[in-house]
Design a protein around this ligand. Structure first.
Ligand code: G6D
Length: 345
């Protein structure tokens, strides 16, 4: 087990965690972000996630890729909500709405870092305090994100937070998988399963409506593994609206912890990711950037549908639709959440 520290552009640092099987998980203090998940497969190495080579490139090209997202992941309609009988207006950064905590949020901060190496696991923790009224959110909020990699090829993301005033808190991580190793190849032929009987439909501003729709007989039914492509070519107006998937799947109660809540398998079946989370939903976004999209990545271009996210969180809109789950963090209470990904190689 080892952690190699290096520079990641002008101001940021990179921490490459390596386990005894040669799995590498690299994270940076810029945005408490995941940069590499690199695994050995048949004497070759394969990169399983999208990323760039420096903090500056993320700033210039796409600052959400791999980042910790908050204070509130997803969209807050009109940037307004009520908390404790008080109306709050937060800064809007996508038309009339607030996306991913508003402008320059967690993904743009340089976090405090700390590393730990023990016999069977390595971890890197990042801590950041978002000051009271940051983008309009109440409370001085301190967040700690810990990435752990162990010798069973389990990679875990855990969150701990507390605030000195009641606030909203609903973080996630925005890593995009492409298990072919090539962002220039669509994720269409990945097999995906999600243990969710319901998903949350969106309106024309990508806002949830509060509806929890049955997945039966829709392209959203991933209860049995099927190709991601079925959602990309679906004529369901919900798929057409966003050009694929950009929807919260409301996870069924975990009845058997041996069964992952989501599983993604590479087209050649040489690698799979099994996801388990304490969060009640997962937002699946199939990088619907449009047919002509070409973003220069590490060695090649990222294309439309060149990645897929598994953003574990309470479904966006929970400030308005409490049936999605609770995102109110009372003053001086500890918030905790964990998502683990088992890498099958
Ligand atoms: C999230 O759901 C959203 C997308 O709509 C957005 O485009 C992306 O983040 C940047 O996954």
């Amino acid at each position: 087990m080892n952690i190699i520290k290096s520079a990641f552009g002008e101001h940021a640092k990179l921490f490459t965690m390596i386990n005894d099987n040669g799995v590498q998980l690299a994270v940076t203090d810029f945005g408490a972000r995941i940069v590499h998940l690199n695994v050995p497969i048949n004497n070759e190495r394969r990169e399983l996630i999208l990323g760039f080579d420096s903090a500056e490139e993320y700033i210039a090209k796409d600052h959400y890729i791999g980042a910790t997202i908050g204070r509130v992941a997803g969209r807050i309609a009109n940037g307004s909500f009520q908390l404790n009988q008080t109306n709050y207006q937060v800064v809007k950064n996508e038309n009339d709405n607030t996306l991913h905590g508003g402008p320059d949020s967690f993904e743009m901060a340089y976090w405090q870092s700390e590393t730990d190496i023990s016999d069977n696991k390595v971890s890197t923790s990042f801590t950041h305090t978002s000051p009271n009224q940051n983008n309009g959110f109440p409370g001085n909020l301190t967040v700690k994100v810990t990435y752990t990699l162990d010798n069973d090829n389990v990679w875990q993301v855990s969150y701990e937070a507390n605030s000195d005033a009641m606030t909203l808190f609903n973080p996630t991580n925005h890593v995009y998988f492409n298990l072919t190793g090539h962002p220039a190849k669509s994720v269409a032929d990945h097999m995906l399963s999600i243990d969710a009987d319901h998903f949350a439909p969106l309106d024309d501003q990508n806002l949830t409506t509060g509806e929890q729709r049955d997945v039966s007989q829709t392209a959203f039914d991933f209860r049995k593994a099927k190709k991601v492509n079925e959602a990309l070519i679906s004529v369901d107006p919900q798929n057409q609206l966003v050009g694929g998937l950009d929807h919260p799947f409301l996870l069924n109660q975990a009845t058997d912890s041996d069964i992952p809540q989501a599983r993604l398998v590479s087209p050649d079946q040489k690698v799979a990711i099994n996801m388990r989370t304490t969060a009640p939903s997962v937002v699946v976004f199939t990088a619907n950037f449009g047919d002509d999209y070409q973003l220069p990545m590490r060695q090649e271009y990222l294309i439309n549908h060149g990645g897929i996210t598994l953003e574990t969180q309470v479904a966006p809109g929970a400030e308005k639709y409490p049936a999605f789950g609770n995102i109110v963090l009372p003053a001086n209470e500890v918030y905790q959440a964990t998502t683990r990904f088992d890498i099958d190689i």
